[in-house]
Design a protein around this ligand. Structure first.
Ligand SMILES: NC(=O)c1ccc[n+]([C@@H]2O[C@H](COP(=O)([O-])OP(=O)(O)OC[C@H]3O[C@@H](n4cnc5c(N)ncnc54)[C@H](O)[C@@H]3O)[C@@H](O)[C@H]2O)c1
Length: 162
């Protein structure tokens, strides 16, 4: 059985949706968590409900902001062990003929370049060497233990591999 107790975890887009659930699960398991998000109000609400969680406003499509945010996270937690590269947007659904090119590029900026930028900044932060686990939520690698009958005692736990 693995545990994240004592791990230092960075979750992108952790103030809402799946990222918020992941953050809560890590906190419940004893990890130290740093969350970034573009939604400042959601981050403030999270800090009220999960006071131990450190936060920063950051758009992962902004390379300079990501660099600052990852450095801030590493400083706040004394290093980083785990990255949950969760931020992503759905974008519009349209035929190629009808697709707005600006909307197309916005999706690429967040989902492709932004995910790469966070991953690179995390790896370059240098404090996690030998201990990092990466996860890109758009990949297929989240396994909720709550569906495993042998692990019912940990209903909120999950394993992330990257
Ligand atoms: N919800 C689903 O059914 C589903 C399915 C497959 C994959 N995913 C992926 O899981 C991840 C989370 O999905 P979700 O449904 O929880 O998302 P969501 O739309 O609920 O958004 C969660 C958070 O992302 C933040 N966010 C949006 N753009 C951001 C940016 N540029 N930088 C930082 N934060 C940003 C929002 O403020 C919000 O708090 C995404 O990468 C998504 O593509 C979701």
């Amino acid at each position: 059985m693995t545990t994240s107790k004592g791990k230092r975890v960075l979750v992108t887009a952790g103030a809402g949706g799946i990222g918020r659930a992941i953050t809560e699960a890590f906190v419940a398991d004893g990890a130290s968590v740093f969350v970034c998000d573009i939604d400042e109000t959601a981050l403030q609400n999270m800090q009220t409900q999960l006071p131990g969680v450190k936060t920063a406003v950051c758009d992962i499509a902004d390379r300079a902001a990501v660099s600052n945010m990852v450095a801030e996270a590493a400083a706040a937690l004394g290093g980083l062990d785990v990255l949950v590269n969760n931020a992503g947007i759905a974008g519009p659904t349209a035929s190629v003929a009808d697709m707005d090119p600006d909307a197309w590029e916005a999706v690429l900026r967040v989902n492709l370049t932004g995910t790469f930028t966070v991953d690179q900044a995390f790896r370059r932060s240098g404090r996690h060497r030998g201990a990092c686990r990466l996860s890109c939520i758009r990949c297929r690698t989240i396994y909720f233990r709550s569906i495993d009958p042998d692990r019912r005692r940990l209903p909120k736990r999950f394993v992330i591999s990257g």
